[in-house]
Write a protein that binds this ligand. Structure first.
Ligand SMILES: *Cc1c(COP(=O)(O)O)cnc(C)c1O
Length: 395
């Protein structure tokens, strides 16, 4: 490769900067908690997916340390050859119990859980019906599967029905796939309607509950529990990288599906297993969730009060029904300027623009957490009010 061969990237990067779409990556110099240290300054953390404050929990830290003493750090193999430790088996057993599912298989991340699952079930000649705002990992997994992908309008059940009917005569397998909680807007998929349509049209259902895991349902058991749809959703994809505070992916569902994924899911067969400290910390996170609902309740109380106050100040907080609070700003440069000024006020909340959200819908997405105290929320609200007025977003 000569320098000239990558010259075009200079133009592309300059264009991102002009359009306010260039991401400046902040480096965090402390554990992930309610407050973090960035550039030597302590700032209020409003953008980690640390819903339950588990990322730096003493019990998870201790579990990881003890597991390292016993098992070392890495599995040094894929799960199907020599990478399955008793820890992996315990985590999967515990997760299935917690989620009230028949069976569970874990992956290295939520992203990989989708890449593992969708292509293992669907192929050429099959049809996947996919919500227009589904996560990038679902979009990529659908492409990898080589199935025909039919996008339906976001949570629009009439549009989904129309598209299911159009393809009703085709011979291949059919799958309806949706995010459970939409990560950038915080709204919830109408899962009971999706399940009913799937039954009517003979489709498999897959819900990716990355933002519902540890958040929705009784004690954080997720969207299937939230809607009391146990046994009716075929595949529930989840992550341990958000509310669980660690990293890892999971698929819960029928035992036969999990059994098939153990045989054919490519990231399970061809990418090394989750590491020892991650698995041990995830087991401890599941234990904490099984013991008490207190963190989940605190998360929701914080989210309700923060959202209500933001609306009272005059901010547009979109359609969210969950602890994700998008602060809609529209223009990407405005969102970036807003984020910079919040940072000056001691609040870390990143701007989000295209391609993570559609063009013209840039925003700051506030992630509420059980780790925030009432004083933290008040501090954050004061910063939003000050910057919002200075930039003419509120009056
Ligand atoms: C975050 C997210 C993922 C990716 O999970 P990781 O464990 O971080 O790889 C997948 N799907 C959805 C809907 C997400 O929000």
């Amino acid at each position: 490769m000569r320098d000239a061969d990558v010259q075009w990237l200079e133009g592309e990067l300059a264009r991102l900067k002009e359009e306010g779409l260039y991401t400046s990556i902040r480096t965090i110099e402390s554990p992930i908690d309610a407050w973090v240290v960035i550039e030597g300054r302590r700032v209020l953390n409003f953008c980690s997916n640390n819903y339950l404050g588990l990322a730096n929990h003493p019990r998870l830290r201790r579990a990881a340390q003890e597991a390292i003493d016993r098992y070392g750090v890495g599995p040094a193999a894929v799960r199907t050859i020599a990478g399955t430790l008793s820890l992996h088996v315990e985590l999967e057993r515990r997760l299935a119990e917690f989620k009230r599912a028949e069976a569970c298989i874990t992956f290295q991340s939520g992203f990989k859980a989708n890449l593992a699952t969708i292509p293992a079930l669907m192929g050429r000649g099959d049809v996947i019906f996919s919500d227009a705002l589904n996560h990038a990992s679902i979009i990529d997994a659908c492409r990898l599967s080589r199935a025909t992908v039919v996008r339906y309008d976001h949570i629009d059940m009439a549009d989904l029905r129309r598209k299911l009917a159009e393809h009703a005569q085709e011979a291949g397998r059919k799958l309806i796939v949706t995010d459970g909680v939409f990560s950038m807007d915080g709204d919830i998929a109408p899962l009971p309607e999706i399940v009913a349509l799937a039954q009517e049209f003979g489709c498999i259902t897959l819900v990716d509950d990355a933002h519902g895991e540890g958040v929705l349902g009784e004690g954080g058991r997720g969207i299937v529990d939230h809607f009391h749809l146990h046994g009716q959703v075929d595949i529930e994809v989840g992550t341990m990288s958000k509310a669980f505070g660690v990293v890892g992916g999971m698929v819960c569902g029928k035992a036969i599906v999990v059994e098939w994924l153990r045989q054919r899911a490519r990231p399970f067969l061809f990418s090394s297993a989750m590491t020892v400290p991650d698995v041990a910390a995830c087991i401890e996170a599941t234990r904490i969730l099984q013991e008490s609902q207190e963190r989940v309740e605190r998360l929701w109380a914080n989210a309700r009060s923060f959202r209500a106050e933001m609306q009272r100040l005059g901010f547009d907080t979109g359609q969210s029904q969950t602890p994700i609070v998008p602060v809609m700003l529209g223009s990407a440069p405005l969102a970036q300027e807003f984020s910079r000024r919040l940072f000056q006020e001691g609040v870390f909340a990143q701007a989000i623009g295209y391609p993570t959200v559609p063009r013209g819908q840039a925003r700051i997405r506030v992630m509420n957490s059980a780790a925030h105290s009432q004083e933290d929320l008040e501090f954050g609200l004061a910063a939003f009010a000050k910057v919002g007025r200075a930039l003419g977003v509120i009056h």
